[in-house]
Design a protein around this ligand. Sequence first.
Ligand SMILES: Cc1cc2nc3c(=O)[nH]c(=O)nc-3n(C[C@H](O)[C@H](O)[C@H](O)COP(=O)(O)OP(=O)(O)OC[C@H]3O[C@@H](n4cnc5c(N)ncnc54)[C@H](O)[C@@H]3O)c2cc1C
Length: 459
Amino acid sequence: MTTHFDAIIIGSGQAGPFLAVKLAAAGKQVALIERNVLGGTCVNTGCTPTKAMVACAKVVHTAREAAKYGVHVQSDISVSLAEIKARGDQIVQNSRHSLRKMLDNAKGCTVIYGQAQFISPHEVQVGDQTLEGDAIFINVGGRAAEPGLPGLKNVKHLTNSTVLQLTELPRHLIVVGGGAVGVEFAQIFRRFGCDVTLVEMKSALVHREDADASKLMGELFQQEGIRLRLGAECVSFSSLPDGVCVHVSCKSDEPEVHGSHVLLAMGRTPNTSDLGLQAAGVQTDAQGFIPVDDQLRTNVSHIWALGDCNRRGAFTHTSYNDFEIVAANLLDGASRRITDRIPVRATYSDPPLAQVGMTEEEARASGRELLIGKRPMTSVARAIEKGETFGFMKAIVDAKTRRILGATIFGVGGDEAIHCILSTMYADQPYTTLTHAVHIHPTVAELIPTLLGSLQPAR
Ligand SMILES: Cc1cc2nc3c(=O)[nH]c(=O)nc-3n(C[C@H](O)[C@H](O)[C@H](O)COP(=O)(O)OP(=O)(O)OC[C@H]3O[C@@H](n4cnc5c(N)ncnc54)[C@H](O)[C@@H]3O)c2cc1C
């Protein structure tokens, strides 16, 4: 038997559940299909559990540094990964529970658990049920990429999902991949007291970020005792009786890295290969991502793709914004577009690295005439008071239009402070709007007017 719905949503990531509720509130009959648990990557194996762990790692770090603040911890600091996991699990469960409640309260919305697969452009199979939808929204997200590196299949390795199941600290964790995910886990486990080696094929960590920030991230990690093996062009794996060996160089005389555990953080693969997209006529690119137009439509006009699987964003906030765009366009007659979005992101190292708009390198490559300002975090009163002066802030302005093109804040509170720059960019106001603004003292954001007041022509 086939059940008809106005809308079918595949995947309960960061767009699907909110779209389901909004469409149901508009009187549509909606099916939301989830093959695992509600909330997708962010809630279950991404943002939420990792930021909970970042908070625990910060506590350990602060406890170790306590004497610098005149606070003396009387006993040794010990870390219980089982208790840290239990704390994170609780936060995750609460978040999942709120989603469940939100969906239960949405009249007209049916949640169906199971693997969804297209069998025709309007039909989706879930177990023995066939659902027919006038409109179909794909929000299937991604999973940790497992590249075909030599030996990888023969060694036990962790991903962002399985590492969260550990209840005992690894003796020596080898993290392969120096992007945001790898960097976060490397610092977390180092602060928990593990030996950590971070292997990265490029010559720098977070290599897509501002070059000064990327270099400084390497310095921070070395200060914290994380061993770096950068420029590891030939990565391969083999088993050891008590762990894993990671070969990191094409030259045979370069030392190998021996560890107890290896964590892969080498990018994400979209969950599209088992969706039956061919039956619906939905095209993918060579990596399996689903190309969409500026309003999130795939090449099939009644099928949309939202979130990480469309490669137009790789964050919770971009996936959620995809939902906002689709909902506004379909229900409110708006014509919102992905290209109206200003890129913004943070890497949750401690201190965090926040980026809005263009990096300095991207702005220089655009050929514009630039004004650039840079100030160290040692100029921020609040950072001094907190004893956390590592890092810098930088802003890049178009000299002709006086509009801010981008900014980097790698420092305490940077992930929050960056939003005043973001809002000015959305308002399409000149940078002088911010130099004239009075900010609260003492905050990290209060240095931003000073930063923008110190712009110099780029050399
Ligand atoms: C370790 C880590 C940390 C992160 N930290 C942050 C952060 O701090 N901030 C941030 O903005 N982003 C972060 N991200 C990225 C963020 O998690 C994703 O960008 C976000 O979850 C968007 O995902 P999505 O909406 O595309 O789908 P997802 O959240 O991936 O959810 C997709 C859902 O679809 C389901 N599904 C897949 N295929 C099918 C199918 N065929 N049938 C039924 N259901 C299906 C899956 O089970 C899943 O529940 C992090 C990612 C990782 C891995």
